[in-house]
Design a protein around this ligand. Structure first.
Ligand SMILES: [Zn+2]
Length: 68
């Protein structure tokens, strides 16, 4: 897979198997979680274990989210 850019979240490549979530590095995901005041949650992609996603449980819990 290609290298992940470290640019803004909106420029991150999308993960096709995870509902078009942004594909992030672990560091980038962690930074976003910290910047959100821990409202976001990060998890590693179940398909591409080297990439990470963030999601917002409070806003997305009605939709299908990752299972812990
Ligand atoms: Zn994914």
């Amino acid at each position: 897979m290609q290298a992940l850019p470290e640019g803004p979240y909106s420029y991150a490549p999308r993960c096709e198997v995870c509902d078009e979530r942004a594909a992030l590095t672990e560091d980038r995901a962690r930074t976003l979680v910290a910047a959100s005041g821990e409202r976001l949650t990060s998890y590693s992609c179940p398909i591409e274990l080297s990439i990470w996603h963030v999601w917002y449980p409070a806003a997305e819990h009605a939709k299908q989210g990752p299972t812990p």
